[in-house]
Design a protein around this ligand. Structure first.
Ligand SMILES: [Zn+2]
Length: 493
């Protein structure tokens, strides 16, 4: 491939903006500096900012792809509004599936009842998944069709997954199409790599198909659901298998639930219920898993939200030989200082989802003053922990700019109760960008091949229309072009 020179750029180098040019040779960066006479194509970027390609270190690809087919309920403000929305869909053919409602956002401040759902629609089966994905509400017809007997219409955990699977029953062809559409949309926001968590052999297979049929417009790193560890063993697959575009990186395991559903495991009980949540895996079991995964060169991404769950992860780390970036803590939401000190010694990757700060605006009700330890990104950075930015899509929108915005604004505009306690945890724009570039590459142990503008790094680059200087500009920033390995995956028209 001929050289491509990006000239007249504002380069994001080690957290600073520097004027200069980049020469791309093949799929890598060969030169950074003032413009020199180069053979090949010269692309004058007219002073536009160029950053390393954005990385989302925690998405669920197939659930996000399927989400394109369901009603988005994230902005519904009352049960009344929800009923109207469902009634409008009622009478069309087949199931009505929605996702993203949150009773904390409802004027009525409670969950909808089975009766209310039946009032909205009784002629079609209706299944409405809560924002967290761990809970769903079904109407009477849906319950009958699913063969479930539930007075309150509520489905939990596995029941939700099973119901969705049996209802959506997307054929492979459709799944392939939806997944491809999703991946091909991501470069528009400047994304060059995603890590897909709780992945399945089917998802891995579909990604391979997309790769050979059309090519992957974003690089994908796969973290299988831990229940597939035996599948990996039997298939003789280990971490690192794959190529630059698609690679197995690790497995994902879940320690607790969510704050919204009061299932995140806390050291002390919730403020608004007589429970501490639930620990799903103890430290010795986790330590065992860490050892097994380590033997297969697989990273372990551990979902831990409550301080009780995070404490268990710390215990497991001290029991096992797994160190540093061999382990990632996903969410790491409620992190009081004493646990943060422990983490600073053990140095796992911390994979965070800043947009939770906006969505968990009600956190004060659950945690009271403990909110001051929620999502302490700045303190974590000061403790020299490696943070990677992500969305947890479909739980939160996958647009990385919304995530970065939340990290620098911390829910101030949105009236999140978290802001009051943690305004000092705001990140700078440059720290937020670093989290979604360098941070993401470190999270899958592939820095500085990715996530940086360095000589020898892959030419994964995102060109912006302007340099964002305020939170609002950051949220609304326009991507001008995206390159993966020197190939243009998006160009604004
Ligand atoms: Zn997730």
């Amino acid at each position: 491939m001929a050289n491509l020179t990006l000239s007249n750029c504002k380069l994001f180098l080690n957290g600073k903006w520097v004027r200069g040019s980049i020469v791309i040779d093949g799929n890598s960066i060969r030169y950074i500096g003032p413009t020199v006479k180069e053979k090949g194509t010269v692309w004058d970027l007219e002073g536009r900012p160029v950053i390393p390609g954005l990385i989302d270190s925690h998405v669920h690809l197939i659930p996000t792809a399927l989400n394109r087919e369901v009603l988005d309920l994230r902005r519904v403000k009352s049960i009344r509004e929800l009923k109207t929305l469902i009634a409008k869909e009622c009478g069309k053919s087949g199931w009505i599936i929605g996702r993203g409602w949150d009773q904390e956002n409802f004027e009525e401040a409670r969950m909808p009842s089975l009766k209310e759902l039946d009032e909205a629609c009784s002629s079609n089966p209706v299944l409405l998944i809560r924002i967290c994905g761990h809970l769903a509400l079904a109407n009477s017809l849906a319950l009958r069709k699913l063969g479930l007997r539930k007075g309150d219409g509520l489905l939990f955990e596995e029941e939700v997954t099973k119901a969705l699977e049996s209802v959506l029953k997307p054929g492979e062809e459709k799944l392939l199409r939806l997944l491809k559409e999703l991946l091909y949309e991501m470069p528009k926001k400047g994304i060059t790599m995603v890590h897909t968590l709780s992945s399945t052999p089917q998802e891995f297979y579909l990604l391979q198909l997309i790769k050979v049929k059309w090519g992957l417009p974003v690089r994908v790193r796969v973290y299988f659901d831990a229940k597939y560890l035996d599948y990996l063993l039997n298939s003789k697959l280990i971490g690192g298998f794959g190529d630059e575009y698609l690679r197995i990186s690790g497995i994902k395991v879940i320690m607790d639930g969510s704050l919204g559903a009061r299932t995140a495991y806390l050291r002390e009980r919730y403020e608004d219920a007589n429970t501490r949540g639930k620990l799903l895996l103890n430290s010795s079991k986790l330590a065992e898993l860490l050892e097994r995964a380590r033997g297969l060169n697989l990273q372990v991404a551990v979902h831990a939200i409550g301080d009780g769950a995070i404490r268990e992860v710390i215990k497991a780390l001290s029991l096992s030989s797994a160190r540093g970036d061999e382990v990632r803590i996903e969410h790491c939401s409620l992190t009081p200082p004493e646990l943060l000190d422990e983490l600073a010694k053990l140095r796992p990757i911390i994979s965070v989802q800043p947009h939770f700060i906006i969505s968990d605006w009600w956190a004060e009700r659950r945690l009271g003053r403990r909110c001051r330890w929620l999502y302490p990104f700045k303190t974590m950075l000061r403790a020299k922990l490696k943070l990677s930015g992500s969305s947890d899509s479909p739980v939160e929108p996958w647009d990385p700019w919304e995530g970065m915005y939340a990290a620098v604004e911390r829910g101030k505009e949105e009236g999140s109760s978290i802001f009051k306690y943690t305004s000092s945890e705001k990140l700078s724009i440059s720290e937020a960008l670093t989290m979604y570039t360098e941070g993401g590459a470190r999270a899958c142990r592939e820095y500085p091949d990715y996530g940086s503008i360095k000589i020898g790094s892959k030419a994964d680059l995102t060109v912006l229309e302007y340099l964002p200087t305020t939170p609002k500009e950051l949220k609304e920033v326009e991507v001008y072009a995206t390159l993966v390995g020197g190939e243009i995956t998006y160009l604004k028209r």
